[in-house]
Ligand binder design. Sequence first.
Ligand SMILES: *Cc1c(COP(=O)(O)O)cnc(C)c1O
Length: 459
Amino acid sequence: MPANRDGKYSHTAELKRQDAAHHLHPFTDFQDYAAHPGRIISRAEGVYIEDSDGNRILDGMSGLWCCNLGYSQPGIVEAVRKQLSELPFYNNFFQCANEPSVRLAARLASLTPDNFNHVFFTNSGSEANDTNLRLVRRYWDLLDKPNKRIILSRTNAYHGSTIAAASLGGFDFVHRQFETLPYVHHIAQPYWFKDGGELSPEEFGVRVAKDLERAIDELGEDNIAAFIAEPIQGAGGVIVPPESYWPEMRRILAERDILFISDEVICGFGRTGQLFGCQSYGTSPDLITFAKAVTNGFQPLGGVLLGDRVANVLTSGGGEFGHGFTYSGHPAACAAALATLDILEREQLVERVADDIGPYLQRRWQELADHPIVGETRGKGMVAALELVRNKHTRERLEDGGKAGAVCRQFCIESGLVMRAVGDAMIIAPPLVCSHEEIDLLIERATRALDLTASHYHL
Ligand SMILES: *Cc1c(COP(=O)(O)O)cnc(C)c1O
């Protein structure tokens, strides 16, 4: 057995055996995993993770879009430790509150756009989107508009994995595995590289936005409760919409009496160069979903920020709102979030994404567009994607079935870089704290992986 950094014998083989025998992993083919066990990630430092075989890997995905400040943040650790020793848990039911949850609610209200003054805490993004459906339903009921029930979402969206959140999501292979909510309808996504054909990105952006208008007309404005969307679709492949898309969506939403939910679980807390993606794109949501980076991934926490339009109706009567989680506003999770926001502000990281490291990443990432197997690069702030192709002009893929992405991902790992594959799109969302040198290293390793992928396909 290999010795790990402390010179102790690692128990990698034993862990892998137990993992394969007992542990069912999220979004995983169980049979395949048992035959090809994964790597045990054993420690992390700065923007690097380390596996139990001693490989040190640059994490181009911030964990799972959450460790925006990297892995070495003793301030967050200490805040959680202190909270656990003072008040490890108490609930927020039955006329009770705890200091971190109250302070975090007030802090979020002060950070967010002026009309956002209330928050409902959950433990995850999925639960937050479930909460959104409950809030939206309650809102229209209190306004005596019981017909407004339909929720519009988009193809290839990701909103989480509870029954409600997975219904909102737009992955067909997921929908085939359970009974989706019958009142969720999906409209088109602004994926120019895949669907744009001969249209310019700007023409395509406007055209695809009009699918919202068409759906509202067909289904009836009086029947529609809300529209939910990510500013940039993340798990669907970092679909950065053409610049014309959100202005046209904004026009349509302003003309129609439906609520707009901005799912900011990825874009929130600085990823796009503003605190929230809706601010980057100038949209005006009524509800904002957040999770992931709010605690830098160090504690599970999510929630919904409520704009005054919804909050004013919900807080002015109507009786008890029958919804909540045991851990809604967990003191240790809220303490982690407060410490995360302290660092985000003290180190001016949102500004850094807008003015320094974001533009630097985008400039360097764009250079990859010259690589023979890259059909497109796209990105914003600290999130980016590229499309793997055999032919740049016809957009012909390297292989059918979106398998080239998995091939490239393996070469990334072997080159010391975590880059995720979504079909044939390779995506990154590196920590906002990356140095210029770490971005250079990311580009160097990504280039090596692209070269190896090209050789693999004899190009
Ligand atoms: C990850 C994600 C979710 C779900 O969050 P969980 O904490 O995994 O439940 C929801 N929306 C978006 C946009 C996400 O990326």
